[in-house]
Design a protein around this ligand. Structure first.
Ligand code: FCB
Length: 459
């Protein structure tokens, strides 16, 4: 597989997110986000770690842009920390916070790398959480205002905009299982958070279009290939439920303007949605897009099981069991199934034929070992990357309108509740010294992008 097997306009990039890499959490007037608060809660994050320093990217930004240039990517997806632009989630823009992202975008452009901005990668200003967070409809209006400030500040140099990253995680890990910030366990009411997140997206789209000439606007969903373990009706129903909660609850409103009623019934939320998710809301949520961002990591195989006692990320369907199939797994326990990427692209395309699709994240954590030569010979991550890029080539050959691929992630970083114990980077970070070192996977990508013989032998 060669880079030249892909269409010339295909964008190869890498992705990161603000809280996972930036550090400098109180610099230049930044306010607390829900992740700052959550990370201070005892037991919330592995080893009590936080994003306070992370990769110190806020201060090493130029070096990290130089790394991207060395790798030879076309594009870089980063997120804006909302509380850097608005410490409390309201009011005028904080010019010092904005300036960081302007410099980042300018440095990228100087090096021929196209910036892709994500507006919301999970760091809600804490003040908005205190006022109800995503369970409060007003947060959606606040988000549209924030989107306007970001567009005013960057719209002359940034054309690619992603409103939300993975609203499923924000809603169901944040408000149902509580393993992500803000760490609430509100059961099925998490679906209300999902509605307000989607409304936030829908309200932001016209704002971005109005303020950014030639804007290319999308939203990023985390989609899973879901299949039943066997063909028994109970397994098939388990698959319907998990596909419903993970995929259809988001794809259907965004791409077809309606919620899946079976999923609302499973959740026991049909009545709330009938009263609160108006036709006008759905028209907003289904605002025409320029692309759909798809984050793909793994496949779920499901069967009926026993009801979990802990708060479930799948309220109303907590008795579903996630089965391991014997496929290779990453350190996260996620099964490695490259062909599942094609399933999810097909799933999206079936609802919006012709809509450009972009893989906005895909990657893997493995237990990295720094060898005596100072390098991480991460053959499993390299294979994961290569095989998923091959799946992309395959998807294009099948006629799917896939126009870009962003690997997760440029550098090792703060992996949410897992802290620094899970490394997804193509570049290794020594958290003591902040030294960055290309892993074999990074060298492979670099050779692939420069279209050299990309057999990495560890030299
Ligand atoms: C995704 C997140 C990203 C990263 C990867 C591993 O769900 O969007 O920030 O944590 O998983």
């Amino acid at each position: 597989m060669l880079r030249s097997d892909f269409p010339p306009s295909f964008a190869f990039g890498l992705a990161t997110a603000a809280y996972q890499i930036e550090g400098s959490v109180s610099a230049d007037g930044r306010g607390d986000s829900i992740w700052d608060t959550f990370a201070r809660r005892p037991g919330a994050i592995a080893d009590g770690q936080t994003g306070e320093i992370a990769d110190d990217h806020y201060r090493r930004m130029s070096d990290d842009v130089a790394l991207l240039a060395e790798l030879g990517v076309d594009a870089y997806r980063f997120s804006i920390s909302w509380p850097r632009l608005q410490a409390d989630g309201t009011g005028p823009v904080n010019p010092r916070g904005l300036d960081f992202y302007r410099r980042l975008a300018e440095e990228l452009l100087d090096r021929g790398i196209t910036p892709w901005v994500t507006l919301y990668h999970w760091d809600l200003p804490q003040a908005l959480e205190d006022a109800g967070g995503w369970l409060d409809r007003d947060t959606a209006r606040r988000f549209a205002e924030y989107a306007g400030l970001a567009a005013d500040g960057l719209g002359d140099i940034v054309t690619n905009w992603i409103t939300l990253n993975e609203p499923w995680c924000s809603a169901f890990l944040g408000y149902a299982s509580g393993v992500h910030a803000p760490g609430r366990t509100e059961g099925s009411h998490a679906a209300r958070a999902a509605h307000h997140l989607l409304l936030a997206h829908g309200l932001a789209v016209p704002v971005l279009r109005e303020k950014v000439p030639d804007a290319s606007v999308g939203v990023t969903l985390n989609l899973y290939s879901v299949r039943p373990d066997g063909d028994q009706p109970a397994a098939v129903d388990a698959a319907r439920r998990i596909d419903g909660l993970s995929n259809r609850l988001f794809l259907d409103p965004v791409l077809t303007g309606s919620y899946p009623l079976d999923v609302l019934d499973d959740l026991g939320e049909a009545e709330w949605f009938a009263r609160n998710a108006s036709a006008a809301d759905l028209a907003s949520i289904a605002a025409p897009l320029d692309f759909l961002g798809v984050n793909y990591y793994s496949r779920h195989t499901v069967a009926p099981g026993v009801v979990e006692t802990e708060a479930s990320a799948y309220p109303g369907s907590a008795s579903v069991e996630f089965v391991t199939t014997g496929a290779p797994r990453t350190q996260m326990g996620w099964e490695v199934v490259p062909e599942g990427l094609i399933d999810v692209l097909e799933m999206a395309s079936a609802r919006a034929p012709g809509l450009p699709l972009v893989v906005t994240e895909n990657g893997s954590a493995f237990e990295d070992v720094v060898s005596s030569d100072g390098v991480v010979h991460d053959s499993e991550r390299l294979e994961y990357l290569r095989d998923h890029l091959a799946a992309c080539a395959n998807a294009i050959a099948r006629g799917l309108p896939l126009t870009g691929y962003f690997g997760w992630s440029l550098i090792d970083n703060f992996e949410w509740a897992w802290g620094y114990s899970r490394r997804f980077g193509l570049v290794h970070v020594d958290y003591e010294t902040q030294q960055r070192t290309l892993k074999d996977s990074g060298s492979w990508l670099k050779a692939f992008l420069h279209e050299r013989d990309s057999s990495v032998s560890g030299d």
